[in-house]
Design a protein around this ligand. Structure first.
Ligand code: GAR
Length: 186
């Protein structure tokens, strides 16, 4: 059995997609959802899938207690699905090439500190980009700089607002993220 653990901070639509996708596949399980946000949408979704949720503080993330909990699930992959805090070096060191993130733009463009969620799409829209897309990459010590695993572009010329760009990009995330995770676990 391949164990997937998720880190999410917000609405949790990617977390939901991943739990739905692997809920229907033999040989894979989402073993835990880790979140910094007691109000994260992903907590209720995890409950429906009988996946335990672990809520933690910034201190617990950096003092080794989250690492200890992560280890207790023996993850084969650690997936950041809309996780908005910097990921700690101790977990990255313990799981080299096993921590992956999804970013809602074509990195290295529109990455770095502060570039998350709608901020990214606002910047893309203001610059009147003709395309945006998604990047799935390994996580290293710097925001959005790890090696790219997968990218997919999408035309956004017809989008009239950052929200419209966000919706198009999110749909692309939902389509590809679970499949890329599955490929990496094969
Ligand atoms: C997603 O668009 C994801 O790419 C982005 O947050 C959103 C979370 O949506 N992540 C980042 O911006 C990371 N820098 P969700 O909670 O509905 O899955």
């Amino acid at each position: 059995m391949k164990n997937i653990i998720l880190f999410a901070s917000g609405g949790g639509s990617n977390a939901q997609r991943i739990m739905d996708y692997f809920g229907q596949r033999q040989g894979y399980q989402v073993s835990a959802l880790f979140t910094n946000n007691p109000n994260a949408g992903a907590i209720a979704i995890a409950g429906k899938h009988n996946v335990p949720s672990i809520i933690f503080t910034k201190e617990e993330l950096t003092n080794g207690s989250v690492l200890a909990k992560v280890k207790s699930y023996s993850p084969d992959i650690i997936v950041l699905a809309g996780f908005l805090w910097k990921f700690p070096a101790d977990i990255i060191r313990e799981y080299p090439q096993k921590v992956i993130n999804i970013h809602p733009a074509l990195l290295p463009a529109y990455g770095g500190k502060g570039m998350y969620g709608l901020n990214v799409h606002r910047a893309v829209h203001e610059n009147q980009e003709k395309e945006s897309g998604i990047t799935i990459h390994y996580v290293d010590d710097n925001y959005d700089e790890g090696n790219v695993i997968f990218q997919k572009a999408i035309a956004i010329e017809e989008c009239l607002s950052p929200e419209e760009v966000a919706l198009k990009v999110l749909t692309l995330e939902h389509e590809h993220f679970p499949k890329v995770i599955e490929e990496l676990l094969k």
